[in-house]
Design a protein around this ligand. Structure first.
Ligand code: 5RP
Length: 229
């Protein structure tokens, strides 16, 4: 039985699955909403739909493989037709904060490789200004010490993401994550450039100007299609 937020996520994912056409090269996101998309896509694949997909995390790749969705990597499929992924926050211009699930680096690479990047989310992810959700920044382990201070000054207090047992969280690409309590981000594009310029930062969770549309689900199954404002 799905709770109301999960029903909303599934509704959004269902609308995204309808965008998939035979022969498409797909990007598969990471997180609970993206997992709904993967499960619903697998139903269509089982029914005969032919697609190939690149996953944005080991977790999504494992799920897709178990559900018999044909997988490839970006060497085989350097350009994708459609990437579908969730988000932690979505502003009216469809700028995003992503990386709550720790997969922002591969997610951004896959989104950038796609002709069309569609965000799927429940309505709780829609905000007027980004920044309530702590902004994940993926960094090399060697740079954690200095970056805690640099990010704190630039973006807001930063914390090393840890697992429940206290060990640092390690991403699929072998890096660590610093979560920055930014508060309202007045200019996401400027902050994105400033973050990218810091030595030791591999990538950050601001996705600026990348999403072509957002499919926002509600618990009653309705889905609103939003374009960037
Ligand atoms: C993972 C992400 C996810 O898309 C984001 O955390 C949203 O997750 P969910 O769909 O579970 O709410 O960025 O790195």
């Amino acid at each position: 039985m799905l709770d109301s937020q999960d029903s909303a996520k599934r509704a959004a994912a269902g609308a995204a699955v309808e965008l998939v056409e035979p022969g498409m090269r797909l990007g598969l996101g990471t997180g609970s909403t993206a997992e709904h998309f993967i499960r619903l896509l697998a139903e269509r694949v089982a029914g005969g739909l032919e697609v190939r997909a690149v996953a944005t995390s080991e977790r999504s790749a494992g799920l897709a493989a178990r559900l018999l969705i044909p997988l490839a990597d970006l060497h085989e499929l350097p350009a994708l037709d459609l990437a579908v992924d969730g988000a932690d926050e979505i502003d009216p211009a469809l700028n995003l904060i992503k990386g709550g699930g720790g997969a922002l680096l591969r997610e951004k690479i896959v989104a950038a490789a796609a002709r069309r990047f569609v965000v799927v989310a429940d309505r709780s992810k829609c905000v007027s200004v980004l920044g309530s959700f702590a902004l994940p920044v993926e960094v090399v382990g060697f740079a954690v010490g200095p970056l805690l201070g640099r990010l704190g000054a630039l973006a807001g207090p930063a914390r090393l993401r840890r697992l429940a047992d206290g060990r640092p969280f390690v991403t699929d690409e072998g890096h660590q994550l610093l979560d920055c309590a930014c508060g309202a981000i007045a200019n996401p594009a400027r902050l994105a450039c400033e973050l990218a310029a810091l030595p030791g930062v591999v990538e950050h969770g601001l996705f600026v100007g990348m999403a072509a549309e957002a499919l926002i689900g509600d618990a009653d199954g309705r889905v609103e299609r939003r374009l960037p404002r």
